[in-house]
Unconditional design. Structure first.
Lengths: 540, 361
């Protein structure tokens, strides 16, 4: 090889290297590779997603937000660095403290605040003489609801922070406003009876604050009042007025009041790029400009105090919104008291649920889907597994299981939470085999039939009744019309929500129709059926 | 083609810089200055100093002027002096003078200690709360600053006074001063010491006073419910969650200075809404640097460098007070601080504090 050729080759190689280096450097100039940031948040923040999306786009970050209830966020945190999420944004610091046993949450800062209030249809508030008052107590709300002045909706205290906060407020109020809620207060039979009778007034429940708000906006006729964040009532009111509906009037309870502090924290996985992206996002959310837009979205923000700006349209005094009102929340009890209060809620005090589980065992469920279904039912029916997720049945719950394909099998009815009864029901579920066609409509007709005796005895609405359909395939529609007209004639056919958990190829149009008819909700089982099931159960 | 050309230019620049750096180094220019060997220093520090150690100018002084590569890990002041293993650490930098004694008592080899700076414990209150306490004669004005008579606060706590009924402030429950957990965090710990002194009739408690004192102290902290574990967290929550949640808290004097340095936009709002109240007496949170190895010397030297001390005072609000260092509170642009704090109580002995900590744990 001649020296010349070698030199030329060397030159070519040099140019190639330089080109490669230049390509790499140029590729970096616009800001380098995109950072992935996966955030898990309470559903009340859904309205704020555009703020995150806009920031992410500008900063070359792929930010995804998943919405879960507080208990589920707490469970994610308890996985430590193993969780798939990079950042957590629950409604209250409490859920980080309960879940962060491995001390992985870093850089926690409260982004916004919102008190838990009662939103009440204004004509009802007027009739009760509650407009413009600041002395409405939890006891007065209890009395009015018991007297039938309004139907009350709130989220589950063991699934969602707004429900847990309201429940904590009830405990304080009905214990006679102690300085600090203690174990002795929780054990007091009078306190328990009072809270139980207040929770018995709950007409519709929900697993998440955001969904409760959406459901009310979509079905205003099904609701009179909801306990939710001030921000959710304000958001609902904007939507209700746009739809030509009556807005809600905000009542700030004079006792037992709680405030959500909405902390955003990072899960420490030792990734400096993610940390940098997280801190930049947090800084952006806490910047004066973003804080101002949060106030305009009905949140109490800013770095100082709980006041908000009366200049923004959303803080409408006609809705009872009072940004200058002094908010005096009850103190947060110790962690042990909170844990015991939640256990007590789940097993003793909440309104009992009457749930009809309609299980698809048609041919297409063969294999993995049926295995998942059995595993999920195990979560509900095995007391130890249920307790971990705060899903344990109370002694007053009723669980009905109806397997179906093109035919509907006999129902299994479990009254109460006796472990032997639950084990027998689980045994039946575990022996189910897949086969045949799908007739969901007939199965739901049968579900209503099992509720009929309760309705005739006048006890149906002592429970929170619900039908949950779990299905993976499009149903034969031959019984669709008959079911809908049966529901019309039944009297209570529109008052029992039909929730659905769909698998893979399910015809969601069919399921959505049933959900909408009854103010139910559709869950997609996706890859985690157990989680979908927990969500569905949260609405009971 | 264009990319290749730009690439060549970039490569050229990179090469030129590399040559320049090399030449400088080869020429011994850098060595003409009296440069010392770099040193790695590994420490535990109390969280109150996070912002200071994160300050770019401070890092430049440590790295450039003193050639220190600092590996600093946050830990609780009490913890680092007692239970936390310190193998591999060159110094510990707690926020509490008692920690020196605690470290010796727990068998650590203490080669030396030097107090780098101080910050007195203060109360932060919402203005309505300060007014209500002034009306009760608990808080008064002195030389343009608010002071609180701790003995009267103790009496108010012991009388079971209530916010709404007795003080006319719309706050839930009994009058109390929120603090961090005394067994976890230093500001809460110092508050427990101050409270113990107050409940002991203003005398610094000795072991013989404990049987009468401990039940009162544990009773007080049992009333607090949930308490934060960090002084930074309680200060942030105090500001963000408003008067109703925390009417008055225990903090360090320098916290407000740091907040205003970082959030200048909020200066007006802070001035109208927040009051700093100096307890009489107060206790200083000292920040002693405790040497465990010889490597600690360089850091001790760097931390008392006048330039660093000036930053600690002007931007972070610490009181430095070393001979030869100007420590004029007027340097602090963002907040007015009293020039001297005269009425200061000593921390009780390590033995007494150990008893208090284990009683409230």
């Amino acid at each position: 090889m001649s020296g010349k050729a070698t030199a030329r080759k060397k030159a070519a190689l040099l140019i190639a290297i330089v080109a490669l280096v230049a390509f790499v450097i140029l590729g970096q100039i616009p800001g380098g590779p995109r950072t992935q940031l996966s955030i898990v948040s309470g559903s009340e923040n859904e309205g704020l997603e555009p703020i995150i999306a806009e920031w992410a786009e500008k900063n070359r970050v792929d930010a995804t937000v998943t919405y879960l209830g507080s208990v589920d966020i707490s469970r994610e945190i308890s996985k430590g660095a193993e969780t798939d999420f990079d950042a957590v944004w629950p409604a209250n610091s409490l859920w980080i403290e309960l879940g962060d046993t491995q001390k992985v949450v870093k850089h926690r800062e409260s982004i916004l605040r919102s008190p838990v209030v009662l939103g009440l249809k204004r004509p009802i508030a007027e009739k009760l003489g509650w407009v413009g008052r600041d002395d409405i107590t939890i006891q007065m709300i209890q009395e009015a609801a018991t007297a039938g002045a309004f139907r009350l909706a709130m989220t589950s205290a063991t699934q969602s922070n707004s429900g847990a906060s309201a429940y904590n407020g009830f405990l304080y109020a009905l214990s006679g406003d102690p300085d600090l809620l203690t174990m002795e207060d929780l054990e007091d039979p009078e306190v328990q009876a009072g809270v139980k009778s207040l929770l018995a007034q709950v007409d519709r429940s929900s697993g998440s604050s955001g969904w409760l708000k959406e459901s009310l906006v979509e079905n205003p006729a099904a609701y009179d009042a909801m306990i939710n964040y001030e921000a959710m009532v304000l958001e609902a009111n904007l939507a209700l007025e746009t739809a030509g509906q009556e807005p809600l009037y905000i009542v700030y309870p004079a006792n037992g009041l709680s405030v959500a502090d909405s902390p955003l924290g990072m899960i420490d996985k030792g990734d400096p790029d993610k940390e940098e992206a997280f801190l930049a996002l947090q800084k952006h959310l806490l910047s004066p400009e973003t804080q101002e837009s949060l106030v305009a979205a009905g949140r109490r923000a800013g770095l100082i105090g709980l006041s908000a700006s009366a200049n923004d349209e959303i803080w409408n005094p006609a809705w009872g919104a009072d940004p200058d009102r002094a908010i005096a929340p009850v103190p947060t009890p110790s962690t042990e008291v909170i844990a015991e209060a939640l256990r007590l809620y789940q097993t003793e005090l909440r309104k009992p649920s009457l749930t009809v589980w309609v299980l698809d065992v048609s041919g297409s469920m063969e294999g993995e889907p049926l295995a998942q279904l059995k595993q999920a039912m195990g979560l509900l029916l095995d007391p130890a597994a249920a307790a971990v997720n705060l899903l344990q049945p109370s002694s007053r719950d009723v669980t009905i299981i109806i397997p179906f394909n093109h035919e509907t099998q006999k129902p299994t009815v479990v009254e109460g939470g006796e472990s032997t009864d639950l084990a027998a029901a689980l045994q039946r579920v575990n022996t189910l085999e897949a086969g045949g066609g799908t007739d969901l409509y007939y199965a739901i007709f049968q579900a209503f039939e099992t509720l009929k005796p309760y309705n005739e005895a006048g006890t149906l609405f002592d429970y929170l009744p619900a039908i949950v359909a779990m299905t993976d395939g499009a149903s034969d529609v031959i019984n669709r019309e008959p079911l809908l007209s049966y529901m019309n004639d039944l009297g209570f056919g529109r008052d029992v929500p039909i929730h659905a958990i769909s698998f893979g190829a399910a015809d969601e149009a069919q399921l959505k129709e049933l959900n909408q008819e009854t103010v139910g909700r559709l869950f997609n089982a996706g890859s985690d059926l157990a989680k979908a099931l927990r969500s569905a159960k949260g609405y009971n | 083609m264009q990319k290749t050309l730009i690439g060549l230019v970039i490569l050229g620049i990179v090469a030129a810089i590399a040559v320049a750096v090399n030449t400088l180094d080869m020429g011994g220019v850098t060595r003409q200055r009296e440069r010392r060997e770099p040193v790695d220093v590994s420490i535990y520090y109390g969280g109150e100093k996070s912002a200071l150690l994160g300050n770019e100018a401070v890092r430049r002084i440590l790295e450039h002027d003193y050639r220190i590569t600092l590996d600093a890990q946050k830990a609780g002041s009490v913890e680092m002096a007692t239970t936390l293993p310190v193998t591999g650490k060159d110094c510990i930098w707690p926020s509490n003078a008692v920690a020196v004694e605690l470290a010796k008592r727990s068998g650590k080899t203490v080669l030396g200690e030097e107090t780098i700076f101080n910050s007195p414990v203060v109360f932060y209150a919402w203005s309505e709360v300060a007014d209500a306490l002034a009306a009760k004669g608990v808080v008064s004005e002195k030389d343009g600053f608010l002071v609180a008579d701790v003995a009267r606060i103790g009496a108010l706590i012991e009388s079971g006074a209530r916010w709404k009924e007795d003080l006319g402030v719309n706050v839930y429950g009994r009058f109390k001063i929120s603090s961090t957990h005394p067994a976890k965090s230093n500001s809460g710990n110092i508050w427990s010491a101050l409270l113990a002194t107050t409940l002991n009739g203003g005398e610094t408690p000795v072991p013989g006073d404990l049987p009468g004192l401990l039940p009162k102290i544990t009773d007080y902290f049992a009333q607090m419910g949930h308490m934060e574990a960090s002084s930074g967290d309680i200060f942030e929550n105090f500001l963000k969650q408003g008067l109703g949640a925390r009417p008055i808290i225990v903090g360090y004097e320098n916290q407000l200075v740091e907040f205003l340095t970082a959030n200048a936009d909020y200066e007006e709002l802070i001035k109208t809404k927040i009051r700093v109240i100096y307890p009489e007496p107060t206790i200083f949170a000292s920040h002693p640097l405790i040497s465990l190895t010889d490597h600690c010397k360089r850091l001790a030297e760097a931390l008392v460098d006048p330039a660093l001390q000036r930053i600690a005072s002007a931007e972070h609000g610490f009181r430095t007070g070393l001979i030869g260092v100007e420590n004029d509170p007027a340097d602090i642009g963002v907040a007015a601080l009293p020039e001297t704090i005269t009425f200061v109580a000593p921390m009780p002995s390590a033995e007494v504090m150990e008893a208090v900590i284990s009683a409230v744990r």
